[in-house]
Write a new protein. Structure first.
Length: 160
């Protein structure tokens, strides 16, 4: 099976496009058909909050931005949301920043969210699902082989 190599922000992925399409919007994942305030805000406002380049990168991977695997956060007084939004694809991370980095201050590893922009803030961490405790979709055969998580945290501006 051919796996195209796709650049995504600071990462390079090999992607199984057919497999990725099959796991999008999967029933049983936390955000599937969810109508909480965070999910509704994401679906209504994501296109105005992501750069064209980043949105196209998700599209090239085969990810449907309107159907995250997980989406949660809190609403601020000014109607913006501080969100954590997770997406999944089938493939491999070929290069890019590690998901964890060692912090000497606490003598332990911490999550390594890479800043994509400063205002309004948006950061991303990418990791194989086997290294995550988060909910994830399953392949058609029920396995989690080669499922990769894109974990995004952002300030979502509503009505932008």
């Amino acid at each position: 099976m051919r796996r195209p190599t796709i650049n995504f922000a600071e990462w390079v992925f090999s992607v199984d496009l057919e497999g990725t399409r099959e796991i999008q919007g999967q029933a049983g994942t936390p955000a599937y058909e969810c109508n909480c305030d965070a999910c509704k805000a994401w679906r209504s406002n994501f296109s105005a909050n992501l750069s064209e380049e980043l949105a196209l990168s998700f599209e090239r991977i085969g990810i449907d931005l309107s159907q995250p695997t997980e989406c949660y956060g809190s609403q601020n007084e000014n109607s913006s949301f501080e969100l954590r939004v997770l997406f999944h694809f089938i493939g491999k991370i070929r290069s890019g920043p590690d998901a964890t980095i060692f912090d000497k201050r606490i003598n332990d590893y911490i999550m390594n969210y890479v800043a994509i922009r400063k205002e309004p803030w948006l950061s991303i961490m990418v990791l194989p699902c086997r290294n995550s405790f988060e909910a994830r979709p399953k392949r058609l055969d029920g396995s989690e082989l080669d499922i990769v998580c894109i974990d995004m945290r952002l300030l979502l501006q509503c009505g932008a």
